[in-house]
Design a protein around this ligand. Structure first.
Ligand SMILES: CC(C)(COP(=O)(O)OP(=O)(O)OC[C@H]1O[C@@H](n2cnc3c(N)ncnc32)[C@H](O)[C@@H]1OP(=O)(O)O)[C@@H](O)C(=O)NCCC(=O)NCCS
Length: 245
């Protein structure tokens, strides 16, 4: 795996469902005591698997980029819960964000920017119209409502993903007020309006990520356009195996 350059964003998509069962077990030693404890407390097996797999893959990737034992990497959390490298880590310019939903895990990494990632499994929602009315702007709602039926599910979750990727890039998460982050999907996805404290929408980039069947994915980062590099998940899985053996 090559290094992470200044003008790049690296994205790793993990097909969590196709992961051999015993790999989840083999990843366990990569987690520290706090993470293992947290995983054990998650009752829902899919959520537990997703957390353990994505966190261990994140440790593995960071270990590669930092030339370090993945188990020794230390994280701290921002005020609203966004994890980042601890201040004691020498390469603090390295930033990351992760997301997991359904069968897909998403890890984005870059240098010296604000970075957010989100993946959402398409799912039927009893009150999708109501959620759209609450979370989408007038323009987003009009765009979404005018779409043919077969494109509505994908567009709903793409809008959701981009709003959330932006909110995660800022570190504020849902407290930012997703209805105030307005996305234009009509051409190249872009932010058209964001809360004042986040600066100009033109200062942020949105990139759609193909995240597997029935999922939408997206990342958001601040600054000029960067080159997207996809980290092959098979290579990651194989490496995880060989690390643990
Ligand atoms: C945590 C939050 C940022 C995302 O939660 P989520 O969508 O349930 O979960 P995701 O899998 O996408 O992301 C979770 C990861 O984000 C990271 N994270 C946690 N808090 C974060 C924050 N404030 N900012 C950025 N990243 C954060 C963590 O790494 C976490 O994963 P981990 O604990 O396994 O390491 C949450 O605050 C949020 O915004 N939820 C929004 C849900 C919603 O209703 N969206 C409607 C959109 S229209």
């Amino acid at each position: 795996m090559r290094g992470l350059l200044e003008g790049e964003v690296h994205v790793c998509r993990l097909n969590l469902a196709s992961t051999p069962d015993d790999l989840a077990g083999q990843c366990w030693p990569l987690l520290d005591g706090e993470e293992q404890g947290r995983a054990k407390r998650i009752r829902h097996w899919e959520t537990r698997r997703n957390f353990a797999m994505v966190r261990s893959a994140l440790r593995f990737l960071l270990g590669r980029y930092l030339s370090r034992d993945p188990r020794s990497i230390q994280f701290v959390q921002g005020e609203k819960g966004k994890p980042r490298l601890a201040g004691t880590e020498p390469d603090r310019g390295l930033v990351f964000n992760v997301s997991h939903s359904g069968e897909c895990g998403l890890i984005a990494l870059a240098r010296d920017t604000a970075l957010g990632a989100d993946v959402e499994r398409w799912r039927d929602m009893a009150n999708q119209e109501g959620i759209a009315e609450r979370c989408f702007s007038v323009g987003e709602l009009a765009y979404w409502r005018a779409l043919p039926l077969e494109r509505k599910q994908q567009a709903f979750f793409s809008l959701w993903c981009f709003k959330e990727a932006f909110a995660k890039a800022t570190g504020e998460g849902i407290t930012l007020g997703l209805e105030s982050c307005i996305v234009d999907l009509s051409a190249q996805p872009r932010l058209v309006s964001i809360p004042n404290q986040c600066g100009s929408p033109d200062a942020w980039r949105l990139v759609g990520i193909i995240a597997g069947k029935g999922h939408s994915g997206g990342i958001c980062y601040r600054g000029d356009e960067r080159k997207l590099h996809l980290v092959d998940d098979e290579e990651l899985v194989n490496s995880l195996f060989s690390f643990s053996n």
